[in-house]
Design a protein around this ligand. Sequence first.
Ligand code: SF4
Length: 457
Amino acid sequence: MKDIAPGHSNVVPAGRVFRGSDRRATLREGLQGCGEYGHSQTAGRFYPIACVALEVTQRCNLDCTLCYLSDRAEMTYDPPLSVLFARLATIHSHYGPGVSVQLTGGDPTLRKVEDLEALCREIRRLGMRSCLMTNGIRASRAFLSRLAAAGLDDVAFHVDMTQERKGFDSEIELNTVRRNYIVAAHGLGLRILFNTTVFDGNLSDLPALARFMRDQPEIAFVSFQMQADTGRGVLRERPDSITQSSVMRAVEQGYGTPLHFDAAAVGHSGCNRYASVLTAGGRAISVLSHQRLVQQVIAALEQMDRSADAYLDTRDSVRRLVLRRPGLALRAAAHLAGCVLRLGMGLLRGRVRRQAVFIHNFMAADALEEDRCASCVFMVATGNGPLSMCVHNAQRDLHLAMPDKVDGPMGTYWWNSAMRDLSRHPELPGLDSPEQAPIKKLKGQLRARRQNRKGKS
Ligand code: SF4
């Protein structure tokens, strides 16, 4: 169990200090500092951050064997909406309009749908994008319809064997669940994403799972997340068989083609690998197969970028590429047309779709690498501002106890997750010890330990 240190002294410096008017500068300098700002890099060049997680609850209706939450998660109170609105304002002031905000937890669907609607509306009002990150259990079509009407942009379903869903013995069997979730979300105007944790128990299923993802035209984004030794999960150290390389090869095997994960970078290569594919009728072709062309397009877009401190306006930039660099635009269009043609018989069986494929390599809590933390593209909103996801996971108890300050028309209030409501006083209670909690409040390692002790006595 990690101790909660007084004050903020345990916070690993994450290099996420917002400076001046160039919102991209901090990330760019972090990547430059570790030699990751090459000609293929898009982070810090076209956007100040990839996404920011807003944790709306620490509660969950599952108990995954690799859950990143704290042992104390189920003993905490949900942040009041005023706290979440204040965090949204902070995200907006750091990264500006265009940033993707992940409504996450725990499982966010355990909150009232009205709360999530209010958050979606506020995110939309601030010009940011919203993504609901859920295990899908409570995300019915009616639920998703309400959020879509309130402005939700994306829904990301987390489904895999670490969740130990009853009646499912393999990733392949879980495809029934995935299909049901796709049906629930399809046609609501939401982009559909899928997250999978890669661990020893599903590594051999990965090619077949990747093939399933490839063959679902409704899915826009697929993320494979490598086992990380952090949080309350009972599985700990990553086995040697799981490396970025072994996961990339398994995913390529499933897609049935090389995916060129090195052609375009999204942040640090030790953290993220990105591929972009066109799919149709059970075939896939990598869009990034011509690295030199990719780099030339990146350089040209950078030159023409007028929104230089926030998010690249892709449509505007492409329009200007066509007007000002017609030769390059023509070569890029010819390359894309070639990719479409190479889909061959797939074109007769289905429509052409684009899919993004990510491999995320989260760090173990006791092995954070400073350069990767300083160039992180995946942040969490805390009461103290945005922080690298891996740093946050390593220090969850500290951040659960840390106060949020909320300024309102009636004055200043304070809150931490040991409190149901806001307080007028900055002195806040500490978190209860999970050792004292009733077993129904425990998940992960602590429950396993308590049950083991019971079994022995
Ligand atoms: S990892 Fe599993 S248990 Fe943890 S919050 Fe996500 S779905 Fe819930």
